[in-house]
Design a protein around this ligand. Structure first.
Ligand SMILES: Cc1ncc(COP(=O)(O)O)c(C=O)c1O
Length: 395
């Protein structure tokens, strides 16, 4: 660290430990070894062999309107109208003026943390959950407090632990619906309980729905977006193009605001100033959003078929190999949590798989899972490779 008169010249918030973890070293060494690597972590949809129609996707980027700079802090109206149509397709009415466009869901989180929290304020987040939250919170001086999801023939929110985690500094509850990596849908009863807690404690509800369109089994009634129905609490629903149209490189996402009119209005007025300060959206992508969202079925069909096929493979292999592979219940999304009962020992299971078998999986601890032998695999990698990698992992 660099010091000036005994004081670090850098912020405390950026004092992350940049050294390589032993898991990262094992992955690097496996890749450098020249031996075959069995990669169960590929989750970049543009590198999974899906068919993207270049003509259809790139043509809308040539719109001459992109040559005029005409910024709108909430995002271009035509793009927001396209997002409202996406929600209409999910049975939800979203007002165009209640949407704010951002360049990523990560940016949406950052805007909301700045809107809702002063330094040191707290946001409740499920555990296990998406590891990027730690960094997003650090960058905005927010403290994350975990609330447990527990596993009992499916994942459930521990409501009483959640309520116990609330302190006078808590400002929001964050829900990923369906969750990454557990693939757990927030059920109707859970939603009602969360909303009641938010109303009782004056908290906002932040709902990340980037995986909403990828159910892995048919639910009756089908799982709904939090954009649907009534909103007793101030609620922000987040999503974006990364998963909905499988185009993370295009960098477009949004915040949809719901809830009691006065609070929602004030939230949007403040968010507009946050967004106006950055004006981070670019014109060509906003002009293309309507076309991409309208054509989303083409890529969603491929990704969903792949994820369902790989999940079926997991279940079949698990049935053929009793006691060696446990596939935890999953409702939706692009990943599955596995139990590998044979993978025990001093060294973390994911690290051992990388070192001894050349199989890459995400360690459970990435996501805050404490149980030994729990790992996370991506379901969207090519099917043949997926099955070979799973077989190799459990051999
Ligand atoms: C739960 C969750 N939210 C958000 C994102 C990222 O979305 P974006 O690319 O829009 O920042 C991811 C990416 O994997 C995710 O898993």
């Amino acid at each position: 660290m660099l010091y000036h008169e005994g004081v670090s010249r850098f912020s405390k918030r950026s004092s992350w430990d940049p050294s390589e973890s032993s898991y990262a070293a094992a992955v690097r060494e496996a890749r450098a070894s020249g031996r075959r690597v069995y990669d169960l972590t590929v989750s970049n949809p543009t590198r999974c062999g899906f068919q993207y129609d270049a003509e259809t996707l790139l043509e809308p980027l040539r719109n001459p309107r992109a040559l005029v700079y005409d910024p709108d802090p909430r995002g271009m109206r035509t793009a927001r109208e396209a997002v409202a149509r996406y929600y209409a397709g999910h049975g939800a009415r979203v007002a165009v003026d209640d949407l704010v466009l951002t360049t990523s869901t990560s940016e949406s989180y950052s805007f909301l943390f700045r809107l809702l929290c002063d330094p040191g304020d707290e946001v409740l987040v499920a555990q296990p959950s998406y590891p990027l939250f730690d960094f997003l919170a650090d960058l905005d001086d927010v403290r994350l407090r975990p609330y447990p999801l527990f596993y009992d023939h499916g994942w459930w929110i521990d409501q009483s632990e959640l309520e116990r985690a609330i302190t006078p500094r808590t400002r929001a509850i964050l829900v990923v619906h369906p969750n990454n990596p557990t693939g757990h849908w927030t059920g109707v009863g859970e939603r009602e309980a969360l909303e009641a807690i938010c109303v009782r404690h004056g908290l906002a509800l932040i709902v990340d729905e980037v995986f909403l369109d990828y159910p892995l089994r048919d639910l009756t009634p089908p799982a709904q977006s939090f954009a649907c129905g009534e909103h007793p609490a101030l609620t922000f629903v987040l999503s974006g193009l990364s998963k909905i149209v499988g185009l993370p490189q295009m960098k477009a996402a949004w915040i949809a605001a719901f809830g009691p009119e006065r609070e929602r209005g004030e939230a949007l007025a403040r968010l507009e100033i946050v967004a106006d300060t950055f004006l981070s959206m670019n014109a060509p992508v906003q002009l293309a959003m309507a076309s991409w969202l309208a054509g989303r079925a083409a890529i969603q069909g491929q990704i969903q078929a792949r994820a369902r096929g790989n999940l079926a493979t997991l279940r079949r292999v698990s049935g053929e190999s009793p006691g060696r592979l446990q596939v935890l219940e999953v409702d939706a999304g692009w990943s599955a949590v596995l139990g590998l009962p044979g993978c025990v020992g001093e060294v973390d299971c994911a690290e051992r798989l990388a070192r001894e078998r050349g199989v890459l999986v995400h360690p459970g601890w990435f996501y805050g899972m404490g149980e030994a032998g729990r790992v996370v695999v991506s379901l969207i990698g090519p099917g043949g490779e997926f099955e070979a990698s799973i077989q190799r992992a459990i051999d």
